[in-house]
Design a protein around this ligand. Sequence first.
Ligand SMILES: Nc1ncnc2c1ncn2[C@@H]1O[C@H](COP(=O)(O)OP(=O)(O)O)[C@@H](O)[C@H]1O
Ligand SMILES: [Mg+2]
Length: 307
Amino acid sequence: MSRITAEARVLRLEDVAPDDGLRAVSEGRGDVPARGVERAAANDARRVLGLANISLAFGGVTALRDVSLDVAEGEIRAIIGPNGAGKSSLLNVVSGLYQPDRGQIRFGEHAFRRVPTAKLAAHGVARTFQNLALFKGLSVFDNVLMGLAHRVSAGFLRQIVGSPHARRIDAENRAAVEEVVSFLHLSDVRERIAGTLPYGLQKRVELARALVARPRLLLLDEPFAGVTLSEKQELSEHVRNARDRFGTTILLIEHDIGLVMGLSDRVAVLDYGRKIADGTPDQVRADQTVIDAYLGVAHEDETELAT
Ligand SMILES: Nc1ncnc2c1ncn2[C@@H]1O[C@H](COP(=O)(O)OP(=O)(O)O)[C@@H](O)[C@H]1O
Ligand SMILES: [Mg+2]
């Protein structure tokens, strides 16, 4: 069965799946964000994302084996693991680039066999990419503005261009951009061409673009890869501030364990496509299976289990 042509087989399960007791996640963006694992575990109904028994293979290579995972509203949730563990595959399943062979993905009360990528924004999901995906020739401001492009269809825009309604939307969008640009301390470089900025700043622009639409769930693909140590610390502060300020739920996959441990409320560990641990940073750090996976000789790209 070809994964590429499987678009037509995408099923919306919400009408057929047995009710598992999951209630709709509250729309209340103004709520105080849930912090920490206690609230996350205590209130299942505030689950923003649920993965149930996800399996995925590429030919003979198993990328994911029966992985289940939940992400609670307002938490910073990390997935770590050695190279080849299945982290990117999992994020691609969440964002709809891959269709799992088995399992189900839930955003709030909506369940999918394959996530409709084009509707991610409508479900309140935004993402950043491991390799920057900025418009390098555009200004910082315009790059961030692109994060709102999905709000108005091009045809609609053409029809109403110049109308009071169009001007109001434009003003609202620009105000949203101004707010996030200032929040992420990008005001000084707002007119600079994005491609000319240092890499760490470009990463921050990408974060701003993902945040400008105020997603409920933000997916970060190795946000700290390739930046300097001080930029890492800065970026990680910005991620935490975004959660605290906007209540954004954050799911990040990351290689840099040390940073993740300090930033995340809960950490899941993948190894050879299996979830081998899931808990608070302290629980995961003390888990012998995790220590073995990271210190074992099986993986080419070892990372020390930093404290
Ligand atoms: N598009 C693909 N085609 C074939 N194999 C893939 C593809 N994506 C991932 N894999 C394989 O799945 C496994 C998990 O890869 P990946 O999800 O990229 O791991 P990680 O992000 O943790 O390094 C690896 O063995 C990888 O080679
Ligand atoms: Mg990867």
